[in-house]
Design a protein around this ligand. Structure first.
Ligand SMILES: [Ca+2]
Ligand SMILES: [Ca+2]
Length: 208
């Protein structure tokens, strides 16, 4: 999914997968185009309202992920308590959540910038369980560059007011991976064969 009405500063995209019919995995890609500096005060912030029930303050089904300074030492998770945020520690790094970021270029922007990838296990029973929301939680993303004091957020609202976050909509698409791969491989083979055929024919034609 690519969200609408993004600022020019950044983009985020999201993908759900459902491997083995057992696990529910979610992946975020965030690119912060205007930040090319590695600062301890840089951060990514992700807020999710699992039940999509909004509210003027974060509730127990709401979580917040803070990723400061481009390192796991700057990772803090929070859970709502009805009035504010309380730190949440009952998760396992790399199993429940994994974040990797790097200063690099990308197909979206050839200038060096921060590219951040976030994995979360959304399988039922975990903090990230979204089964109650039908996979359409409310959500908010923010990135901050300390060097330029630039904050970009989608939507541009407060992290403390779930009612003002964005709404996810998704489509379900079953991909028969083996068939897709075989089809692609066959098409590639045909293209290669045709190319070789034309290359071999041309000299003969010229000689004749
Ligand atoms: Ca920075
Ligand atoms: Ca909620």
């Amino acid at each position: 999914m690519t969200p609408p009405e993004l600022s020019d500063d950044f983009l985020w995209r999201e993908k759900w997968t459902y491997p083995d019919g057992t696990y529910i995995f979610e992946y975020f890609l965030i690119e912060f185009f205007t930040d090319d500096t590695d600062d301890a005060g840089d951060y990514l912030q992700v807020c999710i309202d699992h039940l999509a029930d909004g509210g003027d303050a974060p509730q127990e089904d709401d979580i917040r992920i803070d990723w400061f300074g481009h390192d796991v030492s700057g990772l803090t998770l929070y859970q709502g308590d009805g009035t504010g945020w309380v730190e949440f520690t009952e998760y396992t790094w790399e199993t429940d959540i994994l974040i990797v970021d790097s200063l690099t270029s990308s197909p979206e922007n050839e200038e060096t910038h921060w590219v951040i990838e976030v994995f979360t296990d959304r399988t039922g029973g975990s903090l990230f369980d979204v089964s109650g929301a039908g996979y359409q939680p409310l959500i908010r993303f923010a990135v901050y560059d300390e060097s330029t004091d630039t904050l970009a957020a989608w939507p541009p609202t407060s992290e403390d007011v779930p009612s003002d976050w964005g709404k996810e909509y998704g489509v379900m698409e079953n991909i028969p991976e083996s068939l897709t791969f075989v089809t692609a491989a066959l098409l590639s083979s045909v293209a290669v064969v045709v190319s070789c055929y034309l290359l071999r024919r041309r000299p003969k034609t010229e000689k004749n």
